[in-house]
Design a protein around this ligand. Structure first.
Ligand code: AGP
Length: 604
């Protein structure tokens, strides 16, 4: 979820680019940079860390008169957050910024290197500018070279490119990642990943569609669709309130982050969930050499993701798994054996308890892996290897897309290890991969479901508590649903294995006890159904979440029929996220900043 800005005009281009990047910082970044072409000369500035570091580097830079320029805030997906990996990336006479993932960058990079091209960074982005300059040699125009570049790229990208060969033109292309072009009455042209970066500068915006590419200059804006046909920009009046623009029309960041899970999961899977295998470029297979057990360790929502992983790894990779709550592991004098791979899961990469257990594992000589959303975080820097979840910045304190991407990565990793250990047949693996690739579509919020949950939520604003129940991976999902509700509605809720209710908790069953029952069709349906019947027989108020109506339930959140239980898992996850959101809204709580909570618990 990087941020992109661009500008063509006579105004103070440095302020416009830096100001635009500042407005995009909510998208998260670990480095930033700008490139400006003024009077035929390029000036390039890059810095890691906060935007203020970039401002410091440009403090003596004051271009005058007509300029073109591009800027970028980076959220690392390929390559560490370093100045070298920061955008814009440079060829001989051109610069490029990019948001997304170039899926075929490795083969393109290899091809270009055989032609003698030298790469400076570890990023996928850099192939764009070198490919463009390679194509320039044969192309009649720079636009033709850019057009051929775009046609060669596979994956997701929003990209801006400028070249000394055409000092008044910005080339653009959009596929999968957001990009817009904007203008004002003085004919100045702006580009941005989201309109917050141009509010106050521009008055109208055109939002590019997938497949759009083209160029803009003082002579105008020239857009072409995916078939190369010219298309007219559809200028829309720009929203003028920055904060609501950051929420892009949603009431809360948490709501926005629930809705963007589809796009985000596409990024998480991109280049990894291929036709026949899972590919993790960022780890070596040797990490698993000599490993007979995997120990996951995390807190909160990340702990729930770890519990999900325990089912998947034992089922598919036939490897022993243990799951620890970090604050418990720290003080229980644990048995940490060298044939155990120690895996920490953390959105922030800074949670104190989890970080301390990582240190314990390293001190005990174990191999370590971090599954994390923030590159360059403490855990990423400390672990032997890292797999990034690519969720982009998560503003809502109550985790949603971070959890979704953690489970997706862990599911992929279970299949990766299963292949390494030859515990999964080729066609079974292909079936799992086919199912995995449907998940971005599965988590697309269904408006009908959201509307139904909005109405339903009015019935669950009181009562003496909630049970969320499920079996197998739906048990950790039940824990996660209960945590979401607790965090933002402040109502008491607990997740419980459906089969355990009869061992005590069912004593609480009465009409004031709300049970949210996860009833997947493709996993232990009959078993779970009978557990729900036990509660219904004792007059508990039951809301069933599933694809099949349950006649003894009081409420029903209908999900789509799926062929695989993990598709049901992800759709039910969205339903539980929306349920906690709508109950919290009705209670008038601060959904994004709930009381007593912090986004990252960096203290014991
Ligand atoms: C989840 O909604 C909470 N914000 C909290 O449980 C969180 O998952 C936990 O603090 C762990 O954070 P981490 O993933 O950044 O390590």
């Amino acid at each position: 979820m990087c941020g992109i800005v661009g500008y063509i005009g006579e105004k103070d281009i440095k302020q416009i680019l830096l100001g635009g990047l500042k407005e995009l910082e909510y998208r998260g970044y670990d480095s930033a940079g700008i490139a400006v072409l003024n009077n035929g000369e390029f000036s390039i500035f890059k810095a890691v860390g906060k935007l203020i570091n970039l401002e410091e580097k440009t403090k003596d830079f004051h271009p005058q008169g007509f300029s073109i320029g591009i800027g970028h805030t980076r959220w690392a997906t390929h390559g560490k957050p370093t100045e070298l990996n920061a955008h814009p990336h440079v060829g001989k006479k051109s610069y490029v910024v990019h948001n997304g993932i170039i899926e075929n960058y490795a083969e393109l990079k290899k091809e270009l290197e055989t032609k003698g091209v030298e790469f400076l960074s570890q990023t996928d982005t850099e192939v764009i500018v070198h490919l463009f300059e390679d194509l320039q040699k044969e192309a009649k125009t720079n636009f033709e070279a850019f057009e051929k570049t775009v046609q060669t790229l596979h994956g997701a990208y929003a990209t801006l490119l400028v070249t000394k060969e055409e000092p008044d033109t910005v080339f653009f292309a959009k596929e999968g990642s957001p990009l817009l072009i904007a203008k004002n009455e003085n004919g100045e042209i702006y580009f941005a990943s989201s309109d917050t970066a141009v509010i106050g500068e521009a008055s109208q915006a055109h939002y590019f569609e997938d497949g759009d590419y083209g160029y803009a200059s003082k002579d105008g804006v020239f857009i072409f669709d995916k078939d190369g046909k010219p298309k007219q920009p559809k200028w829309q009046k720009l929203e003028q309130n920055k904060l609501s623009a950051q929420k892009e029309g949603y009431r809360f960041f948490m709501e926005k982050e629930i809705y963007e899970q589809s796009d985000v999961l596409s990024d998480t899977l991109l280049g990894r969930a291929t036709e026949n295998e899972v590919v993790f470029e960022e780890i070596d297979k040797e990490l698993f050499d000599g490993i007979n057990e995997i120990k996951f360790c995390a807190c909160g929502t990340s702990y729930h993701a770890a519990l999900c992983a325990s089912y998947l790894f034992e089922r598919y990779a036939k490897i022993r798994v243990s799951v620890e709550i970090a604050s418990e592991l720290r003080y229980k004098e644990p048995l940490l054996m060298p044939d155990t791979l120690f895996v920490v899961i953390s959105q922030s990469g800074e949670t104190a308890d989890t970080l301390e257990t990582l240190k314990m594992a390293k001190n005990a000589g174990l191999k370590t892996l971090a599954i994390c959303n923030v590159d360059n975080s403490s855990m990423v820097r400390l672990a032997d290897a890292t797999i990034l979840t690519r969720a982009g910045i998560e503003k809502g304190v109550a985790s949603t897309k971070a959890f979704a991407t953690q489970v997706a990565v862990l599911w992929m990793l279970s299949l990766y290890v299963a292949k390494l250990r030859n515990t999964i047949e080729k066609d079974a693996l292909q079936n799992q991969l086919r199912t995995l690739r449907t998940i971005p579509q599965v988590v697309k919020v269904d408006d009908g479901m959201h509307e139904r949950i909005k109405r339903l939520s009015k019935r669950y604003l009181h009562g003496h508590g909630f049970f969320f129940i499920g079996r197998d991976v739906f048990f950790p999902l039940a824990l996660e649903g209960a945590l979401k509700l607790k965090e933002i509605s402040y109502l008491h809720a607990e997740g419980y294995p459906a089969g355990e209710m009869k061992h005590g908790p069912i004593a609480l069953a009465d009409p004031e006890l709300f049970t949210i029952a996860l009833l997947p069709k493709n996993l232990l349906f009959e078993k779970t159904r009978s557990n729900i019947e036990e509660l219904s027989a004792r007059d508990s108020t039951i809301c069933v979440v599933g694809s099949e109506e349950f006649e003894k339930g009081d409420d029903f959140i209908k999900t789509k029929p799926h062929r695989h239980y993990m598709q049901e898992f992800f759709e039910m996850m969205v339903a539980l996220q929306l349920l906690s959101l709508e109950i919290s809204v009705r209670l008038g709580n601060d959904v994004d900043m709930p009381r007593n909570l912090a986004k990252s618990v960096t203290v014991e």
